[in-house]
Ligand binder design. Structure first.
Ligand SMILES: C[S@@+](CC[C@H](N)C(=O)[O-])C[C@H]1O[C@@H](n2cnc3c(N)ncnc32)[C@H](O)[C@@H]1O
Length: 268
């Protein structure tokens, strides 16, 4: 496998360590980060609650993985790990950043669930032995690592033969978000600056990175423009012009411009 770029990983770590996904949704600055009220406040904005297809995927996969051991990479504040744990899956939750790991640990403790472990791990260089886990879950992570191919192959290494890589999701092109991201520098998804890396790939490029896997399921997702928490000129144009017009498109026209692509693959 190619060696990843340490400098890129350091920049990614530095960004996410101060921008843990969820912080941008806090509307009440008086909330104490890490309190039960804090997690309840941002929950509706988090992926699994905002996008029904993600919760469906968690439910579908949890029913297959009950009592088995799932590794989450890039867990952020641990919302997805929590949903797997609530459904009887054994979970090790990991993230590149200490701040995410601390928040995830606190979150799971507040919810009264017990993970196998919560720890810092780099998905480009996992500390686990080959063939350790029954499944790996990543949600919005691998295209943000700076070396997506290596991340997928590292996931493959730690999954048992026949185990499941549930990779929900990659950023897709062509897509409405890809087009929007090229129109002016101001982002719409993140309150301050963008993450240092968020790569967009065509479906063919994504599938070509799954060497040594059998593809079980793929899905184009997020082909409706949803509300965003961001404010500013570009966000206002998104909210009042782009979103209502795009959302009028029938599914047959909107779906080819889907923003995200998810893959479930089985280790051969
Ligand atoms: C968009 S956030 C998604 C967080 C979480 N999965 C969720 O949906 O709430 C991306 C996450 O990937 C993590 N990440 C980025 N590069 C990583 C790497 N090389 N190894 C592990 N995690 C990484 C970041 O620290 C961040 O928490």
């Amino acid at each position: 496998m190619t060696k990843f770029n340490d400098g890129t990983v350091a920049a990614i770590r530095e960004y996410w360590d101060t921008h843990t996904l969820g912080l941008q949704y806090v509307r009440n600055p008086g909330l104490q980060v890490g309190s039960p009220e804090f997690f309840a406040h941002i929950r509706p904005w988090m992926n699994a609650y905002k996008f029904p297809w993600i919760m469906q995927r968690i439910e579908q996969e949890a029913s297959k993985l009950k009592g088995r051991h799932l590794l989450e990479v890039g867990c952020g504040m641990g919302f997805d790990s929590l949903e797997f744990l609530k459904r009887g899956v054994k979970v090790t939750a990991t993230d590149l950043t200490p701040s995410a790991v601390n928040l995830a640990r606190r979150h799971l403790e507040i919810e009264g669930v017990t993970p196998e472990d919560v720890r810092v791990e780099n998905v480009l260089d996992l500390s686990y032995a080959d063939n350790t886990f029954d499944a790996v879950w990543a949600n919005g992570v691998l295209h943000a690592t700076g070396d997506t191919r290596r991340a997928i192959q590292e996931v493959r290494r730690v999954v048992k033969p026949g185990g499941r890589a549930i990779l929900s999701h990659f950023y897709r092109k062509p897509s409405w978000m890809y087009i929007l991201s090229t129109l002016g520098r101001e982002n719409i998804e993140y309150r301050e600056e963008d993450p240092p890396v968020n790569e967009f790939y065509s479906e063919q490029e994504i599938l070509a990175m799954f060497e040594g896997f059998a593809i079980e399921e793929t899905a184009r997702e997020h082909y409706r423009a949803l509300p965003i928490a961001r404010r500013g000129v570009k966000a206002a144009l998104y909210t009042w012009v782009f979103r209502p017009v795009y959302n009028l498109l029938p599914q047959t026209l909107a779906e080819p411009l889907a923003y995200k692509y998810s893959v479930i693959a089985i280790k051969s």
